[in-house]
Design a protein around this ligand. Structure first.
Ligand code: NAP
Length: 464
């Protein structure tokens, strides 16, 4: 006789793929529901927390406090962390379906959008995502090298990621040394000879994607002053309407802060942070390395709230030794899972994965891989709750795992991974790695000194 799925005798078993914010919020929603649910969270690195650990800037320690909430979720007896397991390589999504009633993909957006301009791949031209992951000690990016020996860095894009990259380049070693920045990055940045940092936006100050708290910080840096052109505040009628009718204060505050920067007197500090508006890079030039970027002046066209940038044909050259594009993250496909190449997301209807118009039974998505790379960490909570609600609504139609596989527990799956020589890292294991990192940090006045190689994390467990 079959026992109802979601009951104490037959809990709903969900595999969550990805241990970032959206994965944890989905796990929380599932575990708090009235149904009996078991959540196994898979993560390819031995360390959890995704972009909170590897995306949030090291000098924004407060934002990382959200980890405490995730640690609480991980304490639930029906939650397991299976770190150091790559879904799609160590185990396929199809195999997971044999062990779980539902598979929920929360693997984020792991790559970046391209500009599609000549010279984009010249040495010295990088993505912001690489640089962010590098200074945050992400194991896949620790070997990257960024030549900081030139004078001028140009960052294209005006979202908070661009702002983070600029701020890290603008700060002194003293301003960074007590953060959890990777030791190698601190060392490289301490040798940096970059004196000018240019952040280039294709639209105007009213349309800038950054938030006031983030842009305001440039007014209080130890050895860098912001430089804004007062002419950038000569707004077109549509931008004036946008500003006057904006529902949130963000744009007004941004304009106020930028206006303050524009009216400040001459700077005597060693570095300058230039904010450019209404300009798009159309080409990168250089022989062996990027040497200059050609910027085209833009004008805004369209209705208030929907204005887009259109090139005017007027160009200028900006000398450039180091170039970053920061124009948004992008999801990557997972084998066996539908993928929307244009948007870089898994196609879905409110979290239910679809192939064409057809819902794929038992397969779900949440977070950036569901809706695209927008919003702050907290935005993922409501997004993940929506998907969790739909998993629970679908419970009566979910296929039961293959007999002998799904029940009991996760034992069989762990055996299968062990046979493949995969050392699965549990949450208790992670806490040991965590304690070791904090200890290493204490010795050098940092909140933690991250292990920057998966092998070193496993070594810390005595299983190298
Ligand atoms: P974002 O906020 O979407 O910003 C992307 C930027 O790239 C925009 O300025 C956009 O301009 C520009 N852009 C896109 N395509 C372009 C092109 N072809 N040429 C020139 N510019 C182009 O993305 P993000 O900065 O990657 O951040 C992702 C999310 O994480 C955001 O929601 C962000 O707020 C969040 N985040 C938050 C924090 C924080 O709270 N401290 C830190 C980091 C990230 P248009 O506006 O013209 O499209």
């Amino acid at each position: 006789m079959s026992v109802t799925l979601g009951s104490p005798e037959n809990p709903l078993r969900v595999a969550v793929v990805g241990a970032g914010p959206s994965g944890f919020y989905a796990a929380e929603a599932l575990l708090r529901s009235e149904k009996n649910v078991v959540v196994d969270m898979f993560e390819r690195l031995p360390a959890p927390f995704g972009l909170v650990r590897y995306g949030v800037a090291p000098d924004h320690a407060k934002i990382k406090n959200v980890i405490k909430i995730y640690e609480k979720i991980a304490e639930d007896p029906d939650f397991s962390f299976l770190g150091n397991v790559t879904v799609g390589r160590d185990i396929s999504v199809d195999e997971l379906k044999d062990f779980y009633d539902a598979v929920l993909l929360t693997c984020g957006a792991q790559t970046d959008r391209r500009l599609g301009i000549p010279g984009e791949d010249l040495p010295g031209s990088h993505t912001a995502t690489e640089f962010v992951a590098w200074y945050n000690g992400h194991p896949d990016f620790r070997e990257r090298a960024f030549d900081l020996s030139g004078r001028v860095a140009v960052v294209v894009g005006q979202g908070n990621v661009a702002v983070d990259v600029c701020r890290i380049l603008c700060k002194t070693p003293d301003e960074l040394k007590n953060t959890d920045i990777a030791a190698y990055a601190l060392e490289a940045l301490a040798q940096s000879r970059i004196k000018e940092i240019h952040m280039v936006g294709r639209r105007g100050p009213v349309q800038a994607a950054f938030t006031p708290v983030e842009i305001r910080e440039f007014g209080g840096l130890a050895d860098c002053d912001p430089v804004v052109n007062p002419q950038d505040f000569e707004l077109n009628p549509a931008s004036r309407t946008e500003l006057e009718t904006a529902r949130e204060l963000r744009q007004k505050k941004n304009i106020e802060i930028l206006g303050g920067f524009a009216s400040a007197g001459p700077s005597l500090k060693g570095k300058k942070f230039f904010v450019h508006f209404l300009k798009s890079p159309v080409e990168l030039r250089g022989k062996e390395n990027v040497e200059k970027v050609i910027l085209e002046e833009n004008e805004l066209i369209g209705e208030p709230g929907k204005q887009t940038a259109r090139g005017t044909g007027k160009t200028e050259e900006l000398a450039c030794d180091l170039f970053f594009r920061s124009v948004g993250y992008r999801g990557v496909p997972i084998e066996g899972v539908p993928f929307d190449e244009r948007r870089g997301v898994i196609p879905n209807k409110e979290g239910r994965v679809v192939r064409g118009e057809q819902i794929v039974p038992g397969l779900y998505a949440a977070g950036w891989i569901k809706r695209g790379p927008t919003g702050v960490i907290g935005t993922n909570k409501a997004d993940s709750e929506e998907t969790a609600r739909h998993i629970l609504e679908d419970i009566s139609g979910l296929a039961q795992p293959v007999p002998g596989c799904g029940q009991p527990g996760t034992g069989l799956l762990l055996e299968r991974l062990k046979k493949k020589n995969i050392r699965v890292v549990s949450f208790a294991d992670w806490k040991k790695i965590d304690a070791e990192e904090i200890k290493r940090g204490k010795a050098v006045g940092k909140p933690r000194e991250k292990f920057v190689a998966a092998a070193d994390m496993l070594d810390a467990l005595g299983v190298g």
